[in-house]
Structures are given as C-alpha cells and as structure tokens.
Design a protein around this ligand. Sequence first.
Ligand code: ADP
Ligand code: MG
Length: 344
Amino acid sequence: MKLGILGGGQLGMMMCQEAKNLKISTFIFTDNEDSPATKFSNEHIIAQYDDFEKLEKFIQACDVITYEFENIPYKTLNHISKEKPVYPEPQINNVIQDRLTEKEFINDLNIPTVPYLPIEESNQLLSVEDNFFPAILKTRRLGYDGKGQTVIDSKAKKFQIEKNDYILEKKIELKTEVSVITVRYQDNSLFSYKPIENIHKDQILHTSTSPASISIELQDKAIKWSQEIIKALNYVGVICIEFFIDRFDNLFVNEIAPRVHNSGHLTIESYNISQFQSHLRAVCNLSPIAPELKTKAEMLNLLGEDIFKYRGQLKIEKNTFFHDYYKQNAKKGRKMGHVTKIIS
Ligand code: ADP
Ligand code: MG
C-alpha cells in the first residue's frame, strides 16, 4: 500500500512516522524545500501544487491520497480524485477552505457558530451595528495560526480593508476552548477522542490538555456535534472540530480542520492509538480500532527559538516526550516542535 500525502509539514511527518509501524509506504508532495515530512517519507517530490506533470508522477505511484494541510487548491485535489481515491473527498475541503461556506454548512445543521457577517469592502463595516464590536475581521481563505485576522475594537475606528473577501466575527469572551478529534472509517464506524482543552497565545495554540476539564454535558454535546458534522460530510479520515465556550457555558463551533490537528499530538503518548494512526487506518481501509485514553497528558508547542531549550539535549525530564520537526529556520511564531508530558 502506497499512501500519497499532499503537504510536507509536521502533520505529514508524524503520519509518515506512524506509517512505518503499519508497513504503509509514503510519498510526500510538497511545495516547500524545508519540509519535515520528507525526512521520514519513502519518496517525495518538491513542486508547486499546480504542476500537473509532477502531480501525474505522484498519482501514478500512489494507491490512495490524503492531505495534511487544507489549503491545497481544490483544482489539484479534484484532478487527483479523477484517477485515485482522495480522502477526505475534495468537495469537503472546498466547503471548509472558505470560512463563509464553512459556517453556513455548520449553521445548516442547526449547530451554532458565533455571529458573523460577510464583508467585501470597507464601507460595509460602517453599516454594522455598534453592539457587534469588538469583532474580528478574518480573511475567508488561507488563514491559519491567527494569520489574516485583525481585531476591530469599535466601529469608530475606520478600517481600510485590502481587496479580499472577509467575514467579520463577533469577538466573544472565551471561558475556554476545546477541540474534538473524530475518525470515520470507510465502513462508517466512528470514534471520537475525549475533548481536549486548548490555550492560545497570540492566536496560536500554546498548550493542549487531555481530557478537558469541562462538564459532562459540554463534553457530550461537543462529541455529538462533531459526529453530526463528520457524518453530514460523509467524511473518511480524522477531522478536528474546534469549539469556543463562553462564560455562560454556551458552546459554539469555531472551525473545522479536515485533517489531523496540533491539539491531537498528545494522543501519541496518551491513547492506545494516535490520531495519526487513526487517520492512516481510515484512509487506507485497515480494520477500525477504538481510541482509549491511557493517561492524562499535556502538550506544549515550541515556537521559534523555544526549540533550542530541547534540541540537542540528551536528558529530558521523566514522562516527557520531545518531538522535533527538524525545521531549519527558527522564525518567530513558527511551529518548530512540541513536548508532551504524561500525567499519571
Ligand atoms: P486559525 O484558522 O488561525 O486557527 P481561528 O479562527 O481558530 O483561526 O482563530 C485563532 C484563535 O483566535 C482562536 O482559537 C481563538 O483563541 C481566537 N479567536 C478567533 N475568533 C474569535 C472570536 N470570534 N472570539 C474570541 N476569540 C476568537
Ligand atoms: Mg483555529
């Protein structure tokens, strides 16, 4: 079995590491020279995602194709799916890539998101009701780790937007944030990991703790909504749904990641089966395994120069697991590695 993976980041890297245990051969297609995944894959190609000649080589070599990064052009995924199975299906990615169609899809299932408005030009902002602010202006496409987002405190502050499509989201007072990782297999079997509690710093994930310290009611609701979403999408593979919880314990879906997720890295050490193995088993049609929590765990992201506190260290604290993404350039805010601590 040869699995093709579009994208070469740390998510792809951890898929390749897990694939070795399952005797699945991996082929990475990435547009980036400094790609963690190519250090662990069996084969790779570095080319643009619209280089259809290079893509053809990749398609021919693989049995099934997945992606570790949702901003792969729809045209590319759709083209590939005409020749080989692509999971999750390209049409799903097309809905989720755009924050507006993503939120419309969620609301159509009667699942709440925070209030939002589509925005196409600056003067539209002026007609928004005062009580909608503070709000966050987000680009509809290509945002991640808080990129493409601007907080607008009040309407009085005129804001000049660049030519782009946006949504304006009401900024809510967060009590906490949680995420739920769910996997769906080709035989329709479905499993969710327990909700994970996430703390963001400067809109980038800082720590994740599992299980989340939220009420049973909220845990059940987050899992129920996640499963409704994955079923409605007829999705195969791992999906991650991010949720907001406000100070009145209202639960909202923030966004959907059609892939394995940073908050799920702690499943490597704290579950019988990691999110990466679940994803591989589902897309490669291996027998389903139900995830079971083994221990509590906490993950800390290492951004930029944080990596140097761990890289090259021979002795690491007991019950602590260091994962290096082997990226060259430790730019500020760049995800360079993570550590997971298991709590028994
Ligand atoms: P990204 O695609 O960059 O992950 P998100 O929409 O998830 O974008 O935003 C990143 C983080 O910013 C969230 O996890 C949350 O901490 C904060 N945030 C985003 N939208 C809101 C909002 N409407 N109200 C309050 N905080 C928000
Ligand atoms: Mg997010």
